[in-house]
Design a protein around this ligand. Structure first.
Ligand code: E4P
Length: 219
């Protein structure tokens, strides 16, 4: 399973990329606002700065909700950087926009996916990746990882090429579960990426090796 960083914060992305384990980045309007990125021009500037740090795809979300607006924005976003995935929501207008953009060779990250049916529609519309929102489903008492698993199984049964990108990841266990379910990618916030590395026995082990080394050197 590939790991993407879920952030629009340039400094945070720089730290995440420096770990050498991240191959893409996902952004959205909320993440941009959280990073203090206001307005389309500064969103574009942040995305371009991020694209200079990572070769893999950078997902950038449209703000429009109507078909024509999403297509116009998607075509524009596609010119910002060399490896864009345009994020389009799983709405009726969104599927129309996805199919037009995908037919024109623009890569789509189908976002805000909360059902298998939406994932089936996105695949037919030509989405490069579908993003089931794990944490937000868990928040309303539904099984977010269960949805990832169902989509993976159905795509496999039909040889569908659309990649399953587990999104709205809240903690390291979600990453383990997304990988077990067969997700191609998980996009993780920086704090979750850091938590994935942590284990108390690793820290204790490093300390014990250092202590033992210190004792043997003293002899
Ligand atoms: C990424 O593509 C999604 O927009 C993001 O993971 C959503 O996360 P949230 O549910 O924590 O806002």
């Amino acid at each position: 399973m590939k790991l993407f960083l879920d952030s629009a914060d340039v400094d945070e992305v720089r730290k995440g990329i420096s770990l050498g384990v991240v191959t893409g980045v996902t952004t959205n309007p909320s993440l941009a606002a959280k990073a203090g990125v206001g307005g389309m021009e500064s969103y574009k500037a942040a995305v371009q700065e991020i694209a200079n740090m990572v070769d893999g795809p950078i997902s950038v979300e449209v703000i429009s909700t109507d078909v024509e607006g999403m297509i116009t924005e998607g075509e524009d976003i596609a010119t910002w950087i060399s490896n864009p995935w345009v994020k389009i929501p799983s709405t009726l207008d969104g599927f129309k926009a996805m199919s037009t953009l995908a037919a024109n060779g623009i890569k789509i990250n189908q976002t805000l996916c909360f059902s298998v049916n939406q994932a089936i529609l996105g695949a037919q519309a030509g989405a490069t990746a579908v993003s089931p929102f794990v944490g937000r489903l868990d928040d309303v008492g539904q099984d977010g990882i269960g949805l990832v698993s169902e989509i993976v199984d159905i795509y496999l049964s039909y040889g569908i090429q659309t990649e399953v990108l587990a999104a709205s990841i809240r903690h390291p266990l979600h990453c383990v579960q997304a990988a077990s379910a067969g997700a191609h990618i998980a996009t993780v916030p920086y704090n979750v990426l850091v938590d994935m590395a942590k284990h108390p026995l690793t820290d204790q082990g490093v300390q014990r090796f250092l202590n033992d080394w210190g004792k043997s050197s003293a002899n």
